[in-house]
Each structure stands twice: as structure tokens, then as C-alpha cells.
Design a protein around this ligand. Structure first.
Ligand code: NDP
Length: 287
């Protein structure tokens, strides 16, 4: 297309998980031939310093996407920083302008994990229109945008949270059940409608042997690996129960996570189209 997409990742402090996430994103850029760079700032960086970094990236023509890895140290105003990113370079889709566009059904850069969920459903030939979808979690990063995207695809959507009463029966209404609560194996057999499609966004590291036995007892290979390494990742849905009850589900690890990065690449490519004069800006989400 005559344009090489460029992504800048800003990493503040030395959170080990954030370092891994950023490394994986930069690797993905290399794989697709995009330009990428990581700006590493010390944990003591102030909000004003970070705002100046974002401003500089906003002004650089060869940078199409700006990603400020969350969480930021608590003394930094994440809200101010995210709002400072130029909306057309906001490849995470967290800027209030993109949030507003998403809610009102206008073309936008949509958050990566939620759009990855839609992509999984579409590419698996699972219909969304007219289905009942239940989303467990109402965060701005996952739960709410997922609900909006499912609504845009004509699902009938229910959003649950920590104050939802009788969560199991609400969840069982879902033909499509999205788990994004950040609680290991919280959704069990009683939450899953037989034959439902379950998308498990949760990424929880567990180190407790009894928990590992309870969640992974059916999977001797994984249990052996847990005994060797002392930890493993589980989602928000009980791995054995979902395998027994659901018609289709995303495993953890390896299900939703890789799609998040793929959608970041997709957003970066979409953002780079603004440099092609005839393109008229980013395509609608999901395009
Ligand atoms: P948050 O902690 O921001 O939000 C969690 C949500 O779950 C909240 O809305 C909370 O309700 C709700 N919740 C918590 N406990 C319960 C409960 N017992 N019953 C019902 N609802 C509950 O998490 P995120 O949305 O950022 O992330 C969710 C999970 O997804 C995490 O495990 C995270 O690691 C993972 N994740 C994975 C990604 C991927 O690429 N696969 C990307 C991003 C996140 P309330 O609002 O009432 O507190």
C-alpha cells in the first residue's frame, strides 16, 4: 500500500507482565513487517513528562499507532494520558472519542481484546445476530466494549458484574458467554448453558497446588507441567466444566490472548491508512 505501518509502545516502570505484553506486541510488528519502537520510561516518570512523550509521538508522521501499556504507576493519571493520544493513533481504542464513536456506531478504532472476540466468532462461523450474549465483567477495557460490539452485531446483550444477583442463572441465559472477571475458574458448570459458546478472556496465574488439582485434574500433561514450574495460567471459566458443557470455547492460554495482539496489528494497519490520501480514515470496527 506504499505505507509502512508504525507502532510506538510506551512502557513506564518495570512491571514484569507489562514487559512481556509489550515484547509480544513488538514481535508481532516485526512479523508483519511494521515499524515498531519501545519507549522505556522510569517508574518515577511524572504525568507531565509522559504527556510530553505522547505529544511528541502524536506529531511523528511515521508513527500510526501509540500504545501506552497499562497499568501505569498509580501517581500517573492514566485518564489524562490516554486522552492525550491523538484519536486517530489510538490503536488500543481507549480514547474518549473512540469510545464515543464505538457506542454511537461510527467508524472507530475499537479495543483489541473485544474486537478479537468478535473475530473469533465470525471466523468460527458462529452466528451473533439474534443470539443471547452474556458478558461477565464491565471494565472499560474488556466488558463494556465487548457488550457494545456484540450489540452492534445484533446480539441481545446482558452485562454482569460483582453486584449481579443470581449470576449462575443470568449466565445460563447466554448462547454466547463472555468471561472477563479476572477470577480463576469462577464460572463453573452451573453458569454454562449446555451447548453455549464460551469466550474466556481471563488470564489468571495460579501457584496453589490444590487449586491446580481442582482446575486441571483432568489434564495430566498440564498438571505435570504445573508440578515442574510451580505455576500455570487459567481463565475465568473452569477448564474441565467448559470442555464438558459448552459447544465451543476458547482455551486459556492460547485462545483470546493471541487475537488481542492480532487485532492490535489490524488497528495499526487501519490507522496507517490515514496516510493514504484517498482512503478517508480508518475503516469501521470489525472491517
Ligand atoms: P477488571 O478487574 O478491570 O474488571 C473485572 C470485572 O469483573 C469488573 O467489572 C467486576 O465487577 C467483575 N467481577 C469481578 N468479580 C466478579 C464476580 N465475582 N462476579 C461477577 N463479576 C465480577 O478486569 P479486566 O476487565 O481488565 O480484565 C478481566 C480479565 O481479563 C483479567 O483476568 C485480565 O487479566 C484479562 N484480560 C485478558 C486480555 C487478553 O488479551 N486475553 C486483555 C485484557 C484483560 P465490578 O465492576 O462490580 O467490580
Amino acid at each position: 500500500m506504499g505505507v509502512r505501518p508504525g507502532l510506538a509502545a510506551v512502557l513506564v516502570g518495570d512491571n514484569p507482565a507489562s514487559q512481556i505484553y509489550v515484547r509480544n506486541k513488538i514481535r508481532a510488528c516485526r512479523r508483519i513487517g511494521a515499524h515498531s519502537e519501545t519507549l522505556r520510561l522510569s517508574a518515577g516518570t511524572t504525568t507531565d513528562e509522559l504527556l510530553r512523550t505522547v505529544e511528541r509521538l502524536n506529531g511523528r508522521e511515521e508513527i500510526d499507532g501509540i500504545l501506552v501499556q497499562l497499568p501505569l504507576p498509580t501517581h500517573i493519571s492514566a485518564q489524562r494520558v490516554l486522552a492525550a493520544i491523538a484519536p486517530e493513533k489510538d490503536v488500543d481504542g481507549f480514547h474518549p472519542v473512540n469510545v464515543g464513536r464505538l457506542v454511537s456506531g461510527q467508524p472507530c478504532l475499537a479495543p483489541c481484546t473485544p474486537s478479537g472476540l468478535i473475530e473469533i466468532l465470525k471466523r468460527s462461523g458462529i452466528g451473533i445476530r439474534g443470539r443471547r450474549a452474556v458478558v461477565v465483567g464491565r471494565s472499560n477495557i474488556v466488558g463494556k466494549p465487548t457488550a457494545m460490539l456484540l450489540l452492534a452485531e445484533h446480539a441481545t446483550v446482558t452485562v454482569c458484574h460483582s453486584r449481579t444477583s443470581d449470576l449462575p442463572s443470568v449466565c445460563r441465559e447466554g448462547d454466547i458467554l463472555v468471561a472477563a472477571a479476572g477470577r480463576p475458574a469462577m464460572l463453573t458448570r452451573e453458569h454454562i448453558r449446555p451447548g453455549a459458546v464460551v469466550l474466556d478472556v481471563g488470564i489468571n496465574r495460579i501457584r496453589d497446588a490444590a487449586q491446580a488439582e481442582r482446575f486441571l485434574g483432568h489434564d495430566t500433561a498440564r498438571l505435570d507441567r504445573f508440578r515442574k514450574t510451580g505455576s500455570t495460567l487459567v481463565g475465568d471459566v473452569h477448564p474441565r466444566h467448559v470442555a464438558e458443557v459448552a459447544a465451543a470455547y476458547t482455551p486459556v492460554p492460547g485462545g483470546v490472548g493471541p487475537l488481542t495482539i492480532a487485532m492490535l496489528m489490524s488497528n495499526t494497519l487501519a490507522a496507517s491508512q490515514r496516510r493514504i490520501p484517498a482512503s478517508g480514515g480508518p475503516p469501521p470496527h470489525g472491517a
